[in-house]
Ligand binder design. Structure first.
Ligand code: PLP
Length: 357
């Protein structure tokens, strides 16, 4: 069986050596030594300049905290083409998602349609750099400044991506990442938020720890978004392999590119100025029927692609219906092919020949 993804697992001795540190310290959570060390190592690896990083328990809670602080129960302009967490976080925080359709090649929010969706209730733009492909950041910034909106980027797929020479996490008022087991860099479960503004970072920080201001006082309302030492142990064991992980994926993506017949298939167009992380390998077919033929054929050969991201989020049962023709078309005809460290050339060749047939 070839799955769409496989978690990278470091040698178990290297993982247990990190866990041993937590045992030796007798300290399992509440920003212990391992979390602080991982935070520092990630800041170095990502070459963060202005942004500060805060490690968290997953990639959804940082979205929720950012929306709680910046969304203020208003309307959030967002993309219909992302993982469900993006929209769910908006609704969970009692804000209203207002969808704006996507660009047919970049698959990110179509910035030319954002201004028409702004009302006096709009508080934020929450856009996803989907598959690690940056949104049109400059244009979104311009619109946000003009209309006094905050920008939150769901950068769950973006570990290691740089845009115009700096980490993608340097952009937006808040940017978030997921370190879930299926993501390129992972801690089992985990995530992070990134923020440049010291005052906002402080609010986000206390919000992720019950609002604590020392043991007895509280700044304000908070929730538990802390990463545990056990998850940080996994991150510390995976991080030394990150360049190898990204290099192997890059090789696999290149191999797919040379083997697949693109006469009828479309592939992701990565925005210029991006150093991409090769996080996913989506192919877009001409129709849903065509896609299902490909999917069924692969499944029959025990290859399990995934329909990332279906359905288009404007079709979720808990949001108001809006017409999003591009996203609807893409969501119904896109398929992510297997991509992980250890995927063999000959497996890629087999997958491609099944699809080309
Ligand atoms: C994975 C993912 C999330 C959620 O991250 P978790 O760590 O699983 O909570 C959010 N947004 C997108 C786009 C994702 O792919």
């Amino acid at each position: 069986m070839i799955p769409v993804t496989k978690s990278f697992l470091p040698p178990i001795e290297e993982y247990t050596a990190q866990v041993q540190r937590a045992f030796d310290n007798g300290w399992l959570t509440n920003r212990g030594e391992l979390v602080l060390e991982l935070e520092q190592k990630l800041a170095d690896y990502l070459q963060l300049q202005q942004s500060k990083i805060l490690l968290m328990n997953n990639g959804t809670i940082p979205l929720q905290i950012a929306l709680k602080l910046l969304g203020k129960g208003g309307e959030i302009i967002t993309t219909p083409f992302s993982y469900v967490a993006t929209t769910a976080a908006i609704v969970w925080e009692n804000c209203t998602p207002v969808f704006v359709d996507i660009h047919p090649e970049y698959l990110t929010i179509d910035e030319t349609k954002i201004e028409a969706a702004i009302t006096d209730k709009t508080t934020c733009i929450l856009a996803t750099h989907v598959f690690g492909n940056p949104c049109n950041i400059e244009e979104i910034d311009r619109i946000a400044i003009k209309h006094n909106l905050n920008v939150i980027y769901d950068a769950a797929h973006c570990f290691g991506v740089t845009y115009k020479g700096k980490s993608i996490f340097e952009y937006g008022d808040v940017s978030t990442c997921s370190f879930h087991a299926t993501k390129l860099f992972h801690t089992g479960e985990g995530g992070a938020l990134f923020c440049k503004d010291a005052e906002l970072f402080h609010q986000l920080y206390y919000s992720h720890n019950f609002g604590h201001d020392g043991p007895l006082a509280f700044h304000g309302l908070g929730i538990n978004g802390k990463m545990s030492e056990l998850n940080a142990a996994m991150g510390l064991a995976v991080l030394p392999y990150i360049d190898k992980i990204i290099a192997e994926r890059k090789h696999a993506v290149h191999h797919y590119d040379t083997q697949l017949n693109f006469r009828i298939l479309q592939k992701l167009v990565v925005r210029e100025g991006t150093n991409w992380n090769n996080s996913y390998y989506p192919i877009i077919s001409t129709s849903e029927d065509q896609l299902i033929i490909i999917e069924q054929k692969l499944i029959a050969h025990r290859i399990l692609p995934r329909r990332y991201f279906y359905p288009s989020l404007h079709d979720l049962p808990y949001v108001h219906t809006q017409q999003m023709p591009v996203s609807a078309q893409i969501a119904s005809s896109i398929l992510c092919l297997p991509l992980f460290t250890g995927l063999k050339n000959q497996d890629i060749e087999r997958i491609c020949s099944l699809i080309n047939d």
